[in-house]
Each structure stands twice: as structure tokens, then as C-alpha cells.
Design a protein around this ligand. Structure first.
Ligand code: DGY
Length: 321
């Protein structure tokens, strides 16, 4: 069996595939492949499986050049890079790695909240710039999270961890909006269900996004929504960039429509809307919310197990279509 891996991933999963005696080719380019490059690689050999990352768009053109492929195994929880119809039409499995990075992403979301509230990045820059000349009662005043209201958009596996940290760690009140009720966080954390997103936006001091990217969540937050938020509110996005209209976010941050933001994901990665990096009231990380060793090793193992199951004639455990 031949497997193509589009980007180097942690060894643990690759070792599982090697143990099975599979022939593994890993893209030698240490960057996302262009569509043309991916197609060129897939034409080289009759691959049986492809391990992809979130930057590999798998559409009908890619599917068409890989007639032997039985599975596209995404090394990611999100799978918005898959055209599920194109893959499904050929009866190929499409899988992801759920449950591998919930804690990591939740911790990252809370880190962004703290970094924004306590102005950590500005403070770091201030010290490095040699501006620290002694304690100053008025220097870089931020705010406490304690007692504030967290507005959770999406209360699934990651959202519920964020809610638990915020409730148990900072005594925050939790209001959430989702397509389904989450009785667990209502019962254990006293979370309140918002019947529509505008209700949540008008109440929350911290809005944290935890939805998948799909047609109904694209630009879920736009200029109209920012106008509904409190002027003192902050936005945290560790979900997918296109869930937020990034140009509208830039304007909202520049005009003081909202106070600040902590952002890990971008609308057109790796591009970032011009002007965003110039603002002091935003903390930016490079899509690294799941970049902990435990999470990344877990993703590697699950991506490999999905491949092994498919190639052994079973239905892989994490089929997304
Ligand atoms: C995911 O798993 O979907 C992350 O965004 C990438 O690590």
C-alpha cells in the first residue's frame, strides 16, 4: 500500500503506518503544497491513501487524479478543506482527528483572553524596547476576567472546556449560543442558552468562537454584529478565520466599536488583512492553538489509525461524510 503525506507530521503516526509495511512518501517541501503541486505528486504513483492538512483543498480535480485512493485522512479536527461531495461521489472515506486538541485549543483561547486583558504582548514589547524605567502606577492598565460574562459561540467539545476554565478559574458567567442545547454546561457550569446570537453579543464581555466553518458560519460575525457588541467587549477566535469578516473586525478595532481581540486564525491564511498587525489592541498567533505536543501527537496517531482502518477494509472511526 502506498501513502502520500502532504506535510511532515509527528513521527508517532508515521511509525504506525511504517509498522504496517506501507510505503510512505512525504512531501519534501516544508510548506503547504499548491493545488498544482499536489496534483503532480498524486500523479506520480497509484497512492492508496493521502494524509492531508487543512491547507490542502481536496476537490474533484484532486480526487480525479487519484483513482486508487481509498481515504483522505485529514491531520486536523476541522475539515472545511474537503469538498465532501466530490469525495463522497467516488465512495472514498474522508476523516478527521476529533478529540485530539480540545484542551489545547481551549487553553489557547483562554491564553488569548488573558494576554488581551493583561496586555501581556504590549508589556513584553515595552520591556524589550528598553522603555521600562521603573514601576509606574498608570502603566499598561488592563482588566480582570473575574466576574465578567463569557459569550460562547459554539458549545461543543472545545467550547465546553473554555467554559469550564472560565467558570472555575475566573468565576465568569457563561452564556452560549449553538444549534443545540448543551445540558452538561447548563447543569455543571450554570451556562445560559441564548436564543439568538445578537442576545449573546449584547450581553458578553468576552465573545469566544468555537464553531466549525460551514456555509452557515461563514462571516457569522460581520460589521452589524460588532455594532451589537459592548464597546468594552473583546473577541477571541480560535475556530476558523472566515467565521469572522476580517475587514469588519479591523474597522471595529480601529474605531473602538469593540475594545480588543485575540486572534489565532485568519480569513485568507496565511494573509492577514492589512492594518491588523499595526494595532495594539489585538493579540495575534499563527494558527497554533492546537500546537502542543500532546495534541499534535494525538492528531498524528488518529490520522494514521484512520488510514490503517480504511486500508484494512474497515470503516475508519472518524469518518466525516
Ligand atoms: C484543526 O485541527 O482543525 C486545527 O485548526 C489545526 O490544527
Amino acid at each position: 500500500m502506498k501513502i502520500f503525506v502532504t506535510r511532515t507530521i509527528p513521527e508517532v503516526g508515521l511509525a504506525m503506518l511504517r509498522e504496517k509495511g506501507y510505503e510512505i512518501d512525504i512531501s519534501p517541501k516544508n510548506r503547504p503544497l499548491t493545488k498544482r503541486e499536489l496534483i503532480k505528486f498524486l500523479k506520480k504513483k497509484p497512492y492508496d491513501a493521502v494524509v492531508t492538512t487543512l491547507s490542502d483543498e481536496i476537490d474533484e480535480k484532486v480526487v480525479a487524479v487519484a483513482p486508487n485512493v481509498k481515504i483522505f485522512s485529514n491531520y486536523a479536527v476541522g475539515f472545511n478543506n474537503f469538498d465532501l461531495k466530490a469525495i463522497g461521489d467516488k465512495n472514498i472515506f474522508a476523516t478527521n482527528t476529533p478529540g485530539t486538541s480540545d484542551e489545547s485549543v481551549a487553553e489557547h483561547a483562554v491564553s488569548l483572553m488573558l494576554a488581551v486583558a493583561h496586555r501581556i504582548v504590549e508589556g513584553d514589547q515595552f520591556v524589550r524596547d528598553g522603555k521600562y524605567t521603573g514601576w509606574d502606577p498608570m502603566l499598561l492598565t488592563g482588566f480582570d476576567l473575574r466576574g465578567l460574562t463569557l459569550g460562547l459561540v459554539g458549545a461543543g467539545a472545545i467550547g465546553k472546556h473554555v467554559a469550564a476554565i472560565c467558570k472555575n478559574g475566573f468565576g465568569m458567567n457563561i452564556v452560549y449560543f449553538d444549534i443545540a442545547r448543551n445540558e452538561e454546561i447548563e447543569k455543571n457550569l450554570g451556562a445560559r442558552f441564548a436564543t439568538d446570537i445578537n442576545q449573546l453579543l449584547s450581553e458578553a464581555d468576552v465573545v469566544s468562537l468555537h464553531t466549525p466553518l460551514c456555509p452557515s458560519t461563514e462571516h457569522l460575525l460581520n460589521a452589524e454584529h460588532f455594532a451589537k457588541m459592548k464597546k468594552t467587549a473583546i473577541l477571541i477566535n480560535t475556530s476558523r478565520g472566515p467565521v469572522v469578516d476580517e475587514k469588519a473586525l479591523l474597522e471595529a478595532l480601529k474605531n473602538g466599536t469593540i475594545r480588543a481581540a485575540g486572534i489565532d486564525v485568519y480569513e485568507k491564511e496565511p494573509e492577514i488583512t492589512r492594518g491588523l498587525t499595526k494595532l495594539d489592541n489585538v493579540v495575534l498567533t499563527p494558527h497554533t492553538a492546537s500546537a502542543t505536543q500532546i495534541a499534535r501527537d494525538g492528531m498524528s496517531k488518529i490520522a494514521a489509525s484512520n488510514v490503517i482502518a480504511a486500508l484494512e477494509g474497515q470503516v475508519p472511526p472518524n469518518v466525516v461524510k
